[in-house]
Ligand binder design. Structure first.
Ligand code: ATP
Ligand code: MG
Length: 436
């Protein structure tokens, strides 16, 4: 195939489960189960759904995420709008756009909001397993609450999601938390940190040297093994926290403890974006190699102000959907069947005008029906029926139809006999197909 007709590197097709493929990627079946589960769980916690544009002004991310961050320095897909010269960017994350929307629409005028969205994000990274250039996030934000109550709620909401998806916390995914304190506490820590790093300038790599004065905290996030001893010995932000920040963190821990959720306090946990303060957390796994963070978030009380809004406390997280679903596939989590209950076999296509209203009546009664389309032999139709995963075949044969009936053949239960059902009273037997 011509190069120009392939997907862009690092941007993947998510294909139906029935289509074989070589790359390790989630399929449409597990993806759609995830979305259904997310909708249910977020509803249980009273979070409201919203959508914001995929393209935003570049300035939003530069101001929101911070100039000296991986994303803004080297990962953004930015371009000039050929029509008017505007600088635009494909969103690399969801929070900045949501905060922009809330400020623009004065959305918190009547009080706090709990929100969620889900969709594609774009970062120009080196594609590898669990790391793509277009990937998808579930994004959940609680806006207008100072916490730590909603901080705890958000973390427990993720645990709820794990449980609904068949993942075991502590085993498949582990929680790490930290507190980044407040800006003035970070400043004091930062000064101590810069002194420590300057004293060992010979060990710093190029990235670190560049960030030494612009964003030294991010140096602690380095993946360079040669710098690990230096990072291990660095002053810890936790030791610089004042009474209020400590109380916030302790209160969060008390709720997590009472909820029986195990976690590790990781004093080295920083996060990629500049906007975080107080609570930060990550859910990590050991099973995806170096792409081990499945979900990350924290509090960002300064972001509204930074983006021109009224100061508003806020906390949220982003969950990498591809990484999570890859993990679930690797663990062999069983995806509930999404096959329709019934496969409709039509030996005589000319009977369709009589058959179609019956299929519609079944669907109206809540029964999923996959109709055989395009004719073909009974043998071919039954092959499709078997492959569909349906539990029953309904056979609309000429003789049955002439008697005002349809034949029901169980497909998954070898012992069960075929029997006839009346076309006149679909509603009377439809319920049986839902459960059987
Ligand atoms: P990493 O350290 O792995 O680069 P990050 O800190 O940049 O992650 P966040 O910005 O916190 O990631 O995004 C939240 C989640 O989105 C991550 O924990 C991860 O699951 C997912 N994610 C981030 N970047 C990618 C990517 N390029 N491809 C796939 N998933 C990603
Ligand atoms: Mg990253």
């Amino acid at each position: 195939m011509a190069d120009s007709l392939r997907a862009v590197k690092g941007m993947n097709d998510i294909l139906p489960a029935s289509v074989p493929r070589t790359e390790k990627l989630p399929d449409g079946a597990i993806w759609s189960w995830f979305e259904t589960t997310v909708r249910r769980v977020l509803g249980q916690y009273g979070y409201q759904y919203l959508l914001t544009p995929i393209v935003e002004p570049t300035a939003l991310f530069v101001r929101g995420l911070g100039e000296v961050t991986d994303i803004v320095e080297k990962e953004m897909y930015s371009f000039t709008d050929a029509m008017n010269g505007d600088r635009l960017t494909l969103r690399p994350e969801a929070t900045a756009g949501i905060v922009r929307a809330m400020v623009e629409h004065n959305a918190l005028y009547n009080g706090p909001l709990r929100l969620w969205t889900l969709g594609p994000m774009f970062r120009h990274e080196r594609p590898q397993k669990g790391r793509y250039r277009q990937f998808h996030q579930l994004d959940v934000e609680a806006l207008g609450h100072a916490g730590p109550d909603v901080d705890a709620e958000l973390i427990l909401l993720v645990r709820r999601l794990w449980r609904e998806l068949g993942l075991v916390e502590g085993q498949h995914v582990r929680l790490e938390i930290n507190s980044l304190g407040q800006p003035e506490e970070r400043r004091a820590h930062r000064e101590a940190l810069v002194r420590h790093l300057e004293a060992h300038a010979d060990v710093l790599d190029e990235d670190a040297r560049r960030r030494l004065h612009s964003n030294p905290l991010r140096i602690l996030d380095t993946k360079n093994p040669a710098m690990q001893p230096l990072v291990e010995a660095a002053p810890v932000l936790m030791d610089f926290l004042g009474t209020e920040s400590r109380a916030h963190f302790d209160a969060l821990r008390a709720v997590l403890d009472a909820a029986g959720l195990a976690y590790r306090v990781n004093p080295r946990l920083v996060r990629g974006m500049d906007y975080y303060n107080l609570t930060v957390f990550e859910w990590v796994t050991d099973q995806l190699g170096s792409q081990g963070t499945v979900c990350g978030g924290g509090r960002y009380d300064g972001l509204f102000g930074q983006l021109g809004g009224k100061p508003t406390p806020a906390v949220g997280f982003g969950l990498g959907i591809e990484r999570l679903l890859l993990l679930m596939q690797e663990l062999g989590v069983a995806v509930p069947s999404q096959a329709p209950a019934v496969y409709a076999v039509l030996p005589s296509p000319q009977q369709l005008p009589r058959v179609m209203p019956v299929l519609e009546a079944l669907r109206a009664a809540g029964v999923g029906v996959l109709m055989h389309a395009g004719g073909g032999s009974m043998k071919a139709q039954f092959k499709r029926a078997d492959a569909s995963g349906a539990r029953h075949a309904l056979i609309f044969g000429d003789e049955e139809l002439a008697r005002g009936e349809v034949a029901l053949k169980p497909l998954r239960d070898a012992g069960a006999a075929q029997r006839s059902l009346p076309l006149a009273g679909v509603a009377d037997w439809a319920a049986e197909l839902l459960t059987a």
